[in-house]
Design a protein around this ligand. Structure first.
Ligand code: GTP
Ligand code: MG
Ligand code: ZN
Length: 311
């Protein structure tokens, strides 16, 4: 029996079979072993074969080849990685300017990882209802303009007031989208808006700012009423980047990569070289300083705190 993985709690996966029914499956030992450095060989979005074991729980047999997937490091220092989801049309990063503040390095690391795995990325700035000062609105407008200039679609919205949610709904329509972002940015709140009968658990208001709290602890796929699906995931604390080769990092910053063809040396790292077109563009304000800082932070990441792009 073939089916789609719609939920992964770590020990169990829920698979929706072709007849629409859902079954809880165990993972086969061999699949776990094959994963070695991977904590979850089967991910939400995977198409799998389910083997009926008679009286016992069914097991996940083979995984169909993936169109794509996106990964993250299991924890900051760990060499292990986790496949967040597979067979995606896009990855939506939910970010907030306030409560909590999503750092630009976090955003850029996410975007670079999505580029590396060839998953189109979208940015959704949520909680804009909390922006009261003029400065914060200006900052939001700058962020939006900056990422749109690079080519990323940007939505500014509030899951609380509903402002801007139609734009997000349009971006999600008919597609398989992953929703990612720090804990507390409102991923589950957005899911509940987009999927009225989802009733996904949302963080307690009184505990929202309590560090380390994660309301969502497993990944789950929910169907959108008009077609397509959205995947809720647990919040990410730090987005550990994969171990890009130094020369490769620029490939995942589209605006830096574009300009780098004008650098004098073709092995330019855009850090100190004479005739570097990227440094000139940063100087001239054509490349955003925060983007360049994020580029440098990945370039200079401690090699002991990175892992190789696993596959
Ligand atoms: N003011 C305001 N609060 C919001 C908005 N969206 C979500 N919240 C609140 O932010 C808190 C966290 O929301 P969740 O939807 O649980 O966040 P999450 O990203 O799913 O968090 P994790 O599951 O821990 O990763 C809750 O108290 C929500 O009510 C918004 O647009 N504006
Ligand atoms: Mg959540
Ligand atoms: Zn250069």
């Amino acid at each position: 029996m073939k089916g789609l993985v719609i939920k992964n709690t770590g020990s169990w996966v829920t698979v929706r079979l072709e007849d629409g029914s859902a079954v809880n499956c165990k993972m086969r030992g061999v699949l776990r072993l094959k994963g070695m450095r991977c904590t979850n060989p089967v991910a939400v979005g995977d198409l799998v074969q389910v083997e009926d074991k008679g009286g016992e729980s069914p097991v996940v047999g083979a995984i169909e080849p993936r169109k794509n997937y996106i990964i993250r490091r299991s924890s900051n220092l760990s060499k292990e990685f986790q496949i967040i989801a597979a067979n995606l049309d896009q990855a939506v990063l939910v970010a907030t300017i306030l409560h909590p503040e999503t750092s630009t390095t976090f955003i850029d690391r996410f975007l670079a990882t999505a580029e590396a795995y060839q998953v189109p990325a979208v940015l959704a700035f949520n909680k804009i209802d909390l922006l009261i000062t003029e400065e914060s609105h200006e900052y939001l407008a700058e962020m939006k303009a900056m990422y749109e200039r690079i080519g990323y679609p940007v939505v500014t919205m509030s899951a609380t007031t509903g402002e801007g949610t139609d734009s997000l709904r349009e971006l999600l329509a008919g597609k398989m989208s992953l929703l990612s972002g720090n804990s507390g940015v409102g991923k589950s709140s957005i899911i509940n808006l987009m999927v009225p009968d989802a009733h996904v658990r949302v963080g307690d208001v009184s505990q929202t700012h309590h560090k380390g709290m994660h309301t969502t602890t497993f990944s789950e796929l929910l169907d959108l009423p008009g077609g397509g699906a959205i995947i809720d995931t647990p919040g990410v604390k730090a987005f550990g980047t994969i171990d890009f080769e130094r020369a490769e990092v620029a490939h995942y910053f589209p605006e830096i990569f574009k300009i780098s063809s004008d650098c004098r040396f073709n092995n330019c790292t855009h850090t100190h070289e004479p005739g570097c077109a990227v440094l000139a563009a940063v100087e001239a304000g054509e490349i955003s300083p925060t983007r360049f800082t994020s580029y440098l932070s990945i370039l200079d990441e401690d090699p002991n705190n990175k892992y190789r792009k696993p596959f």
